[in-house]
Design a protein around this ligand. Structure first.
Ligand SMILES: *[C@@H]1O[C@H](CO)[C@@H](O)[C@H](O)[C@H]1NC(C)=O
Ligand SMILES: *[C@@H]1O[C@H](CO)[C@@H](O)[C@H](O)[C@H]1NC(C)=O
Ligand SMILES: *[C@@H]1O[C@H](CO)[C@@H](O)[C@H](O)[C@H]1NC(C)=O
Ligand SMILES: *[C@@H]1O[C@H](CO)[C@@H](O)[C@H](O)[C@H]1NC(C)=O
Ligand SMILES: *[C@@H]1O[C@H](CO)[C@@H](O)[C@H](O)[C@H]1NC(C)=O
Ligand SMILES: *[C@@H]1O[C@H](CO)[C@@H](O)[C@H](O)[C@H]1NC(C)=O
Ligand SMILES: *[C@@H]1O[C@H](CO)[C@@H](O)[C@H](O)[C@H]1NC(C)=O
Ligand SMILES: *[C@@H]1O[C@H](CO)[C@@H](O)[C@H](O)[C@H]1NC(C)=O
Ligand SMILES: *[C@@H]1O[C@H](CO)[C@@H](O)[C@H](O)[C@H]1NC(C)=O
Ligand SMILES: *[C@@H]1O[C@H](CO)[C@@H](O)[C@H](O)[C@H]1NC(C)=O
Ligand SMILES: *[C@@H]1O[C@H](CO)[C@@H](O)[C@H](O)[C@H]1NC(C)=O
Ligand SMILES: *[C@@H]1O[C@H](CO)[C@@H](O)[C@H](O)[C@H]1NC(C)=O
Length: 811
């Protein structure tokens, strides 16, 4: 939809510095990417990590982040949202809806309930305007709604068509007590203040992918028009004679009873401003938030502050727009970066559950998704935010007893596999994130994940710890009376627990706890207990077989059986690999894909798969046969794992295979839900040319999609640069022939984090053919086990090279 983007472009190119148009990354952000085809991206106005996110909500059947471009109708304009949701649609509480007038000037002829008013919410795509900090749309009714936000409040500008009767236009704006997924549980109240143009209230809702409930409060003030009358509505009837609706219940059929309040205006100008503050503490605090942050209802001031905040956040990354690069790739890239900072959300000061000096972040939705590249990406471009997130996670551990694996609206979200906060903490720790972090406390938290089984491991920690410690794997149909959770995913949990333990060992190393290094490295090898060397996978109608896969195992050590292709992208059996009791032994993916999830010991895996050549043949097969699903996070690392078999050229080839084919800057341009920005970070890291193996100080090198990329570390202010010599915008020359780091020849196919903090210079010379660069054993990234020489390589025994040396951890 080029028309939507061009307005933002003209706006930003107007910024002149010394007579020259300053590079403005925001002009390359398209916030409508992922608004259809299941991306579920939040497309509206927000600050970076903002608590308030304003957008039009639609009645799409998807799990939308509010707005969609899938020909659904608008049902309201609300200010709390998540982005890229995979569970049910999240938040969308207390929407406003605006009518140019009520038929016959009779309030009862305005259509109040959300389901019914949807038929008044049609709009044309071309009216949608979305850019960082701003969202606007014009409904076919002629009502235009524009919105911008601060951290805890939103400002709406409604512009109404002139009165058709020739008299004073009398628009009505309602606010109701629903949310996007109709999760309201109880206790909903709203008051139309008789003294001033204010609606305020609260309700209790269910979290979108977790347990318990949360209470949200709002306070909406109107400005710019005279209030004609005000009142409440219940179902389809309204009255200006009643100003309070208290303790509205759920309906007897489980659907929350429609109810809310309204204000009707006599227009002087064509616009009405509405300012909505929210809080999770009280309505009074919601009002205070709005008054403090938007004192004068100045739309332009609020929007301009939001744009500046985003400009500041995108400033560390600067790519060259030269070399003939396709500009849509620049948009793809910056839009991906932008989405990494929409979620998680900074709710500091709004936590009703405990008071503390630590920041409070919410919408870790979920760490299973974001540990892989989103939070690692923020570690590169916004380390201060990561340190706050880590403090918040540790503070959550202190007050709730456990690190979360998933958390939204102050509620415990569902754990999908391992205790992946362990990876998040280890990754931040080894990359030197330290600002105000109590790492001893952080270590205590990850260690508890490994040592203590929670009673309810569906939402925290790990299950099956007795089996884990006694048998060295999670058995299928485990006997576990100490804690409760869904007894599935035994293979993927074993693989994730193994990696989680490796990450704990990483932290133990940095904290000089050598006993724990030994202990957790040992258990990090448990994955091998589920490797069944004679497990065969016959792929339907393809005359290729592979032998040796992970497989489930019973308590009595007898192998179970799950077809290695079940729950792969080409599985047509419709089997559930979700969090249901009939789930399989892998979560959201197949044994095929989990077959590569040993991030810490690729050397051993290469050996098990029959050497580097076979490892590569199998990885090619995984991708070429569409077994992997690039729209879900377990696939991310598989794109780059060729590096571990000495074939970095093939990682470059794969990343170009997926981008832009599966990730492109259009509304339908994401292959799956963004999962809080996880897909965005995949795009950003891949196009930047450095992909992390999170929990390790390792970035795998591929050529950036641009002539050059500069990344300034916001803490040290040093700028790291990657430059492509022989840059080819047709991407035929994507193979590294040679490299230099700070001017010195560099042959390793990976870098560590000091590249960013010390601002190093990497220069890559590209060619059209795969070269020897980065292929020999000495060039490979570290692995727990030694690499053994492979027949296709002619290296001598390089025992000890590229290992995770204890010494490297400061011991
Ligand atoms: C609106 O845009 C979306 C996404 O591009 C598209 O799927 C839909 O068909 C468009 N609707 C109309 C009426 O053009
Ligand atoms: C949107 O509203 C139009 C017009 O009232 C109606 O025909 C259509 O079915 C609605 N679509 C949805 C998805 O509600
Ligand atoms: C409902 O609200 C009332 C008044 O604010 C409060 O006393 C009560 O505890 C609330 N009930 C629930 C279930 O939240
Ligand atoms: C919300 O959760 C609290 C604490 O668990 C519980 O006491 C309360 O009954 C719940 N309220 C509703 C409406 O479910
Ligand atoms: C608003 O306009 C209506 C209809 O023109 C009029 O009856 C009413 O007095 C006006 N109300 C106010 C508060 O000005
Ligand atoms: C990157 O930094 C270098 C060195 O400061 C500079 O010469 C170059 O212009 C920068 N590139 C971009 C795209 O900003
Ligand atoms: C660990 O030991 C090293 C080397 O003795 C020392 O520099 C470092 O400060 C120690 N770290 C901690 C957390 O004690
Ligand atoms: C394999 O071939 C059989 C027989 O030709 C066909 O019925 C089946 O759909 C094919 N399966 C796949 C996955 O293509
Ligand atoms: C082990 O347990 C499984 C599942 O209960 C059972 O099917 C299998 O026969 C048992 N194997 C042996 C050797 O007892
Ligand atoms: C791969 O799977 C996706 C769905 O996940 C499908 O859209 C695509 O057509 C498939 N590609 C091939 C080559 O089968
Ligand atoms: C980095 O730059 C910022 C802003 O220009 C400045 O406040 C800060 O002191 C600098 N930090 C270092 C380590 O130079
Ligand atoms: C690149 O490889 C192709 C085919 O493998 C070969 O024909 C060509 O000569 C190679 N080019 C160079 C520069 O080595």
């Amino acid at each position: 939809m080029p028309g939507l983007i061009s307005r933002a472009l003209t706006l930003t190119l107007a910024l002149l510095v010394n007579g020259q148009a300053e590079f403005d990354a925001l002009s390359y952000v398209d916030s409508l990417i992922g608004t259809t085809n299941g991306g579920n991206v939040f497309a509206g106005a927000s600050l970076p990590y903002g608590m308030v996110k304003a957008v039009a909500d639609t009645n799409s059947p998807s799990r939308q982040g509010g707005f969609t471009l899938d020909d659904s109708n608008v049902t309201g304009f609300s200010v709390l949202h998540d982005s890229g949701t995979g569970g049910s649609p999240s938040l969308g509480n207390f929407p406003l809806f605006a009518y140019a007038s009520c038929p016959q000037d009779d309030i009862n002829q305005c259509v109040f309930p959300k389901k019914a008013r949807a038929k008044l919410g049609t709009f044309r795509n071309e009216t949608v305007k979305s850019r960082p900090g701003y969202f606007g749309i014009t409904l076919d009714s002629g009502v235009e709604a524009e919105m911008t936000t601060t951290q805890h409040a939103a400002l709406f500008r409604f512009t109404f068509p002139p009165s058709t009767s020739g008299g004073v236009a009398s628009p009505l704006i309602l606010q109701d007590l629903t949310d996007l997924s109709d999760s309201r549980l109880d206790n909903a109240s709203i008051v139309a203040d008789p003294e001033r143009p204010r609606l305020s209230g609260s309700a209790v809702f269910a979290p979108s992918f977790g347990q318990g409930n949360y209470t949200a409060y709002f306070c909406t003030d109107f400005s710019g028009a005279q209030v004609r009358d005000r009142g409440i509505f219940v179902n389809s009837r309204a009255s200006a004679g009643v100003h309070e609706l208290l303790d509205l219940n759920r309906g007897i059929n489980g659907y929350p009873l429609p109810g809310g309040a309204f204000m009707r205006f006599n227009l002087t100008d064509r616009t009405v401003l509405a300012r909505t503050g929210v809080s999770f503490i009280s309505s009074a605090q919601a009002c205070k938030n709005a008054e403090a942050e938007i004192p004068d209802y100045n739309f332009e001031t609020v929007e301009s502050a939001a744009r500046s905040a985003w400009q500041e956040k995108l400033k560390p990354v600067r790519v060259s727009t030269g070399g003939g690069v396709d500009m849509t790739l620049i948009t793809n890239f910056y839009s991906g970066i932008y989405r990494t900072m929409v979620n998680p959300q900074d709710y500091t000061g709004e936590n009703p559950k405990w008071t503390s000096d630590a920041p409070y972040f919410d919408s870790f939705y979920c760490l299973w998704d974001s540990f892989r590249s989103q939070i690692p990406f923020l570690t590169v471009i916004d380390p201060a935010a990561v340190s706050k997130m880590v403090r918040s996670l540790i503070d959550t551990y202190e007050h709730e007893g456990w690190l979360p694996d998933c958390r939204m609206t102050f509620s415990k979200g569902y754990t999908q596999g391992g205790s992946n906060a362990d990876v998040v903490l280890a990754d931040a720790f080894i990359k030197g994130i330290s600002e105000n972090i109590d790492w001893q406390k952080g270590y205590e938290a990850v260690r508890k994940d490994a040592e203590v089984e929670p009673h309810n491991w569906a939402v925290q920690g790990r299950g099956g710890l007795d089996s884990w410690k006694g048998l060295g794997y999670i058995p299928v149909e485990d006997f576990d009376y100490k804690g409760f959770g869904t007894m599935t995913r035994s293979v993927s949990r074993t693989l994730e627990y193994s990696y989680n333990d490796f990450c704990i060992a990483q932290m133990a190393g940095g904290l000089n706890n050598s006993d724990d290094v030994v202990k957790y490295r040992e258990s990090s090898g448990n994955w091998i207990n589920l490797f069944k060397t004679d497990q065969v996978s016959m792929v339907a109608n393809i005359s290729t077989t592979f032998t040796g896969f992970f497989q489930s195992k019973y308590l009595n050590q007898t192998w179970g059986h799950q077809d290695p292709l079940v729950c792969s992208n080409i599985d047509t059996t419709g089997t559930s690999c979700s969090l249901t009791i009939d789930g399989q032994e892998t979560f959201e993916s197949s044994l095929w894909e989990y077959g590569y999830f040993v991030p810490h010991d690729q050397a051993k895996l290469v050996e098990l798969y029959g050497g580097q050549k076979e490892f590569v043949r199998r990885l090619d097969f995984l991708h070429d046969q569409n077994i992997t699903y690039i729209g879900n996070e377990p696939s991310f690392l598989t794109v780059f794992q060729y590096h571990y078999a000495g074939r970095p050229a093939l990682s470059a080839h794969r990343s170009h295979f997926y981008i832009p084919r599966y990730f492109n800057p259009t509304p339908g341009g994401l292959p799956g839900n963004d999962d809080s920005g996880a897909m965005g970070s995949f795009v950003a890291f891949s196009m930047m040319g450095l992909f992390p193996n999170p929990g390790q100080d390792v970035y795998l090198i591929t050529p950036p999609f641009f002539e050059s990329v500069n990344i300034t570390n916001p803490v040290t202010n040093k700028t790291a640069t990657i430059q492509n010599i022989n840059f080819d915008p047709t991407y035929e020359a994507i193979y590294i022939q040679q490299a230099t780091l700070n001017g010195v020849p560099y042959t390793k196919n990976w870098l560590d984090h000091s590249f960013f903090t010390e601002g190093k210079q990497l220069v890559l010379t590209l060619g059209r053919n795969e070269s020897k660069w980065g292929t020999d054993i000495e060039s490979l990234p570290p692995s727990l086990t030694d690499y053994t020489p492979d027949p296709i390589l002619n290296g001598a025994n390089l025992r000890g090279r590229g290992r995770w040396e204890v010494g490297a951890l400061g011991l």
